[in-house]
Design a protein around this ligand. Structure first.
Ligand code: PNS
Length: 182
C-alpha cells in the first residue's frame, strides 16, 4: 500500500526545527557549591535549549560557604565545555530576571519525591507571577540522586570523601576553605 505523506505545517509548530523560535532557559539556584548533580543537569539542559543561563541567587538572608563571586568562578570553569551555557547572578524575583534576559523556561532538577512539593510550589508561584513562564523538570541521574550542596559541605567538614560527587575545582576550593578554618 502506498504511504500517504502527512502534511506538516512548520509555521504552526514552534517546536519543529527550522522555523522554531530560539528558547532560552534559566537554571536558578544557590549552587553553594556546584555538585556533579547540578553539572549533569546543566549538560543535559545545554542539549535541550538554545541558550542556558545558570543563575545564582544573591540571597542576603542565607549565609553561604562561598561568595557569589567564588560560586560564579567555579561555575564558569566547569561550564566552559558548553558554548551555549552562561553564568550569571540575580536578586529579587526570578521571573523579573527572566524577563530582563528574554528567557522563557525555568530548568530545575528533581532528585526524589521529597523535592516535589517545594518544586511544585515554586513552579506554580512563578507561573502565577508570570503566566508566560514554563518550568521544565529533569529527573536527576541515578548516580547523583542523593547529592546535595548541603550534604557535600557537611560530609567534607567532617572529613568524609566527596570525590566524584563534586567537580575537582570544587573539591580543591573546599580543601582550601577548611584548611583556612572558614
Ligand atoms: O538551589 P535552591 O536554593 O533550591 O534555589 C532556590 C531558588 C533560587 C530557585 C528560589 O529560591 C528562587 O527562585 N528565588 C528567587 C525569589 C523568587 O522569585 N521567589 C518567588 C518564586 S518561588
Amino acid at each position: 500500500m502506498k504511504k500517504v505523506p502527512v502534511p506538516v505545517d512548520r509555521k504552526a509548530s514552534p517546536t519543529l526545527s527550522g522555523n522554531r523560535r530560539s528558547v532560552t532557559a534559566v537554571y536558578p539556584g544557590s549552587f553553594d557549591p556546584i555538585t556533579n548533580g547540578h553539572l549533569d543537569l546543566i549538560e543535559r539542559g545545554s542539549r535541550l535549549f538554545d541558550r542556558l543561563i545558570v543563575a545564582i541567587l544573591e540571597n542576603a538572608a542565607k549565609e553561604p560557604l562561598f561568595s557569589v563571586e567564588e560560586r560564579m568562578e567555579m561555575l564558569r570553569e566547569v561550564t566552559r565545555p558548553y558554548p551555549n551555557v552562561s553564568v550569571d547572578s540575580f536578586h529579587g524575583l526570578l521571573v523579573d530576571y527572566m524577563k530582563e534576559r528574554s528567557a522563557q523556561v525555568i530548568l530545575r532538577g528533581i532528585r526524589a519525591i521529597s523535592d516535589y512539593e517545594y518544586e511544585l510550589q515554586m513552579a506554580l508561584m512563578n507561573n502565577r507571577l508570570w503566566p508566560g513562564v514554563e518550568t521544565v523538570f529533569l529527573m536527576s541521574s541515578e548516580a547523583y540522586s542523593f547529592v546535595s550542596s548541603r550534604l557535600i559541605k557537611q560530609v567534607f567538614e567532617l572529613g568524609g570523601d566527596v570525590s566524584g560527587l563534586v567537580p575537582p575545582i570544587v573539591e580543591a576550593r573546599l580543601k582550601n576553605r577548611v584548611r583556612r578554618g572558614a
